[in-house]
Design a protein around this ligand. Structure first.
Ligand code: PLP
Length: 399
């Protein structure tokens, strides 16, 4: 007998499990469209040139001391500008409580713990569907979850009427998790007009908007444009919360660099809130990692490197948009009678294909194509070389 006899294996993570299965498949034809990480047109991971250059600047030039509990304030300042705007009065007036976070996941988790601690009776309303880890994060922070309707399976678009109804029917002062852009897994975002209505309704009900912004720049290729939803809410005077991540838009996946921010009534409240966010971080991980924060602050505070970054983000977004067109055209040229318009209507890294779990299982077993069983295709894994093979396989299993 041992201490841990009662411990059963944990269920596989639906997203990370896909890559594990892909890696053990010996087939030369195998395709991984499960992973939520950008790949170049040869299917290879990418390190941005602006990041390489920042690393050359940093190399041998910085110490490895601990960052403060709240992380690199230089990085945080630059990061806030991306979400709230270069000339944001909220930043100038020091109304935003913000800390460096362990990428987007860490930002969501610290917020969830903060919510539990200071609004102990609150719930979090999560869209259906959402990134599966949202459920884990708020569950482990012991915040009860509710859902709101978001995606319409028949139109493969937004179920706007139901979303608005659910906002209306939720008790006043509820917490809502919103994807700021490039909704994961559906690739379906509200239009600007719809965001305005959502913001208005949330204002009327006094709901709290928490934006998870994991893909700023990935939706349209322009980080400013992808911040539009947040800016609309700010114009309406919402005191928002926001999780930002540099995993995707700077390709810093494994560096775990991001930011959590909460807009406060005034600078005094912001100081209090920030100190409590740090207090939550202290016993969990004490302080965040330094290298990624240095890379980000180096890139964003140098105008040339920032321009290079903007060009490279646009390059990644454009390649994905190009692959959407190619996948749709291939399916149409194969004579598929189904509509594949949603492939090009949806945006960001993912295409919510509408394939059933059984169809996905056939893609995997017969064609060595790996993806999550909810039918989500990571467009970042699609290349000029595999798009024809992928389209043919999708056509075969959806006949
Ligand atoms: N939020 C959403 C919607 C995501 O899709 C992801 C990554 O897949 C994240 C947050 C967080 O990613 P990370 O913790 O790597 O920044």
């Amino acid at each position: 007998s041992s201490w841990w006899n009662h411990v059963e294996p944990a269920p596989k993570d639906p997203i990370l499990g896909v890559t594990e299965a892909f890696l053990t498949d010996p087939s030369p034809h195998k395709v991984n469209v499960g992973v939520g990480a950008y790949r170049d047109d040869n299917g290879k991971p990418v390190v941005l040139e602006c990041v390489r250059e920042a690393e050359r600047i940093i190399a041998g030039n910085k110490n490895m001391e601990y960052l403060p509990m709240g992380g690199s304030m230089h990085m945080v300042e630059e990061t806030l500008k991306l979400a709230y705007g270069e000339n944001s009065d909220l930043i100038k007036d020091k109304k935003i409580a913000a800390i460096q976070a362990l990428s987007g996941t860490g930002a969501c988790r610290v917020f969830a713990d903060f919510q539990k601690r200071f609004k102990p009776d609150s719930h979090i309303y999560i869209p259906v569907p959402t990134w599966s880890n949202h459920h884990n994060i708020w569950r482990d922070a012991q915040v009860p979850q509710q859902t709101f309707r978001y995606y319409h399976p028949e139109t493969k678009g937004l179920d706007f009427a139901s979303l608005m109804e659910d906002l209306k029917n939720a008790p006043s002062g509820s917490f809502f998790l919103l994807h700021a852009c490039a909704h994961n897994p559906t690739g379906v975002d509200p239009t600007e007009e719809q965001w305005k209505e959502i913001s208005q309704q949330m204002k009327v009900k006094g709901h709290f908007p928490f934006f998870d912004m994991a893909y700023q720049g990935f939706a349209s290729g322009d980080p400013e444009r992808d911040a539009k939803a947040i800016r609309i809410f700010l114009e309406d005077g919402h005191l928002i919360g926001c999780a930002q991540s540099y995993a995707k838009n700077m390709g810093l996946y494994g560096q775990r660099v991001g930011c959590l921010s909460l807009v406060c009534d005034d600078d005094k409240q912001a100081i209090a809130v920030k100190s409590q966010l740090q207090q939550i971080a202290r016993p969990m991980y004490s302080n965040p990692p330094v290298h990624g924060a240095l890379v980000v602050s180096t890139v964003l505070s140098d105008p040339n490197l920032k321009n290079l970054w903007l060009k490279e983000v646009k390059g990644m977004a454009d390649r994905i948009i190009g692959m959407r067109t190619a996948l749709r055209e291939n399916l149409e040229n194969l004579g598929s009678p189904l509509s594949w318009e949603h492939i090009t209507n949806q945006i960001g890294m993912f295409c919510y294909s509408g394939m059933t779990p059984e169809q996905v299982d056939r893609l995997t077993s017969e064609y060595h194509i790996y993806m999550t069983r909810n039918g989500r295709i990571s467009m970042a894994g699609v290349t000029t070389g595999n798009v024809g093979y992928l389209a043919n396989a999708i056509h075969e299993v959806t006949k």
